[in-house]
Structure formats: C-alpha cells, structure tokens
Design a protein around this ligand. Structure first.
Ligand code: SF4
Length: 382
C-alpha cells in the first residue's frame, strides 16, 4: 500500500490529511511539531498522539528523508550534501555557518532549464521539478543533523535561501507550500525576511509570489543591459530588464522587506568593467527601485571557460556602486575546498540531458552580444 510522505504537506495540507483519516484538524499541529521541530520520523515516538492515530499513521503515512549520497565539510564549517532524488538525479544543499546566523542553501529542481551561461547547474540541463517534500526534506535533514552534529538543542538554521539548483519560480506549486512550512511557527518558524527566493526573473511568478507568500526576494541580474543579459541569462529574452524591474517594484508593495537584492556574478572581462557599474547605477535610478547589490566572485568549475574577476576590479566595481549611494556587498567565498558553489558536485553524478552539448550548439548559432572578449563561457548558480 502506498503511504503519504508527510514532508509533502504544509500545515493546511496535513490538516486535510488528518481529516481524511477521521481525525480532528488540530492533531495536524501536534504531528507537524513532532516532525519539523523535533525531527521525529517514527510515529511510535509521538507519545502525545492517541494510540489509535499512531496506528493509523503507521499504515497510511511515512516521514521520508532523501538518501544522502555524499557529505563534505569544509575547513570553514560549510557543509555540503548531495541528495539522491532517484533515476540518477541528485540535488545539493549547502549549510553556511556565520557568527550571527546559519544559512541553508536549498535546491528546487534537479537541474535547471534556464541555462545561464555562468552556471554549472544550467550546463547540466533540466531533469525534473522537486516535490514540496523533496524541498522541505533538505531543511528537515540538515536542521536535525546539525543539531546532533553541533550538539545543540536550539535551532541551527536561521536563514534559508532558495539559491541551490533550479529556478524556484519555475516550480511554483511545489515551492509555495515548502515556503509556508519554513515560515510556520509550528515547524521552523523562520521570519519572512530570513527566507529568500532567488530568481533569474520569471516575471509573472514574481507577481504571484508577492500575492501568495512575499518572502525576501533576490534577483539574478548579472548584467546592466539587455544585450549582455540576453547572452548571460537567456530568460531575459522573454522578460527583459525593464519588465523585470517593474515586477520587482510591484513585489515590494507586498514584501515585508523594503528592498530587492540584486545578485551580480563578476565575470572577468565580461560584465565587470567600469561602464557596466555606471549602467547599473543609471538602471536602478531610472526605475527608482529600493535595492542592494551583492557582488559574487565567480566560482570556476572544470567545464567553465570563464574566469573570476580579479579582486581589485571587484572592489572598484563595488566602490562605483557604493559612491552612487547603492548598498553593495561582496560575497565571501565559502567552502572553496569542497566545491560549495551549487551544481558543482551534482554534475559529477550525471549529465542526464546533454545540456552542455545543446548549449554549445545553441551558442554556435546565436548572435554574440557580449561587450568584451568572452573566454569560452560558462556558469554559476543564482
Ligand atoms: S543561475 Fe539559477 S536560473 Fe540560471 S541556470 Fe543556474 S540555477 Fe538555473
């Protein structure tokens, strides 16, 4: 008999499941707490539930984590897991400890269909969407593993960023219940400001998320004009920068946070020149958008022909933005010794879709609009 994996449900979904079993909806809250707050997967442990309910659950439900293929721990405390999601597909989650927070980077898809040139996940192609349970399972496993590993009773993960493999807004129906579980006080209780959805710019879904679950928003910008962004982030051809920024403004009307974070991966000789910084300043001024910039050092990976921008150029770029009044940070590289940039390990497992070949063919047939000499080209995640 097939059983339901209870990680698939937000609280509302779990309440509906309990009702189907002939149980009162409030039982769902108790069950939800056992699963997410205490990390329980064995119904027999859940001693404050009636025995009759535990027996029903034992035959109709399960709490099933994703099998861990590998776990790598960096000298700086970063931990990266590669999870098996079946049929030769794998996804990654990365825990990044800092003094005042613990951040988990979570994947939303096995592979990604957007195909950004600087992204190793994009080069692996798209296999499938993750289910809500597979998204939540990354957090469930990481939180309860870390509590044991670090010998802590309190919450370890304080922030979640949907910045792993995949474009979260192209897996919207699975994403939203997963976000609700992260925010729920009976589960992880994360504040909306501490859960970030990072998107390459799926404009209609930005509007939907604003209405349904307005968590913090990061946008993978990576270029200050459409010609360059068309080339680096192919989705730009469908939703050009002006439309994207207007969607960001509409989002801010719902968002509890009053700015958008623009992610900008610094690619040597491609998008890191002084005129690019000046164009960015003009762009956000002309759209009058509350934002901050996060400059990301490119993480080269074996198949990549792109190079990381030299640090002095990154700092000069940051200075131009800062002097124009834009809050700008330069992301610290973490976990370099374990390839902690997402997509770097999963690609070693399997390239299921020959995406690299397809991308090479596509590039051969496309107009190249990059403003500066491009090394061969390639990726990073958003
Ligand atoms: S950067 Fe994000 S949207 Fe682009 S290919 Fe990578 S995972 Fe997909």
């Amino acid at each position: 008999m097939t059983t339901a994996n209870l990680l698939e449900f937000d609280l509302e979904g779990l309440a509906a499941f309990c009702e189907k079993l002939g149980e009162k909806r409030f039982r769902a809250t108790q069950l939800f707490r056992w699963i997410h707050q205490r990390g329980a997967s064995d119904f027999a442990q859940m001693t404050d539930l009636a025995k009759s309910l535990r027996e029903k659950l034992a035959t109709t439900a399960r709490v099933e984590a994703l099998p861990v293929i590998t776990q790598h721990e960096s000298k700086d405390g970063t931990i990266k897991w590669l999870f098996d999601v079946g049929d030769g597909n794998a996804v990654e989650a990365v825990f990044i400890p800092e003094d005042d927070r613990g951040t988990l980077c979570v994947s939303s898809q096995a592979g990604c269909a957007v195909g950004c040139r600087f992204c190793s996940t994009g080069h692996q192609g798209f296999s499938r969407n993750l289910s809500t349970g597979e998204i939540v399972a990354q957090l469930w496993f990481a939180e309860h593993f870390l509590r044991k590993h670090l010998k802590r009773d309190d919450r370890v993960i304080s922030n979640v960023v949907m910045m792993g493999m995949g474009e979260p807004l192209q897996n919207y129906t699975a994403l939203v219940p997963a976000l609700r579980t992260m925010l729920d006080d009976n589960a992880y209780g994360l504040s909306r400001r501490r859960v970030t959805v990072s998107t390459s710019g799926v404009v209609p879904m930005i509007d939907r998320l604003g209405a349904d679950c307005p968590v913090a928003m990061a946008v993978s910008l990576h270029a200050p004009n459409d010609a360059l962004r068309d080339d680096l982030v192919p989705l730009n051809r469908k939703y050009p920068i002006a439309e994207l920024l207007e969607a960001c403004k509409r989002y801010l009307a719902h968002a509890p946070r009053d700015f958008i974070t623009f992610e900008y991966c610094m690619l040597d000789g491609v998008n890191d020149q002084p005129e690019h910084a000046r164009q960015l300043v003009e762009l956000v001024r002309s759209h009058n958008i509350s934002c901050k910039f996060n400059l990301i050092p490119f993480n080269p990976f074996p198949a990549s022909g792109l190079l990381r921008s030299p640090q002095p150029r990154v700092l000069a770029f940051a200075k131009t933005l800062s002097e124009a009044g834009l809050v700008t940070t330069v992301r610290k590289t973490r976990g370099d010794d374990i390839d902690a940039a997402c997509g770097q390990l999963a690609g070693d497992v399997k390239d299921r879709t020959r995406a690299a070949e397809r991308m090479a063919q596509r590039r051969g047939s496309e107009r190249t609009v990059v403003l500066h000499p491009v090394r061969k080209t390639a990726p990073q995640e958003h």
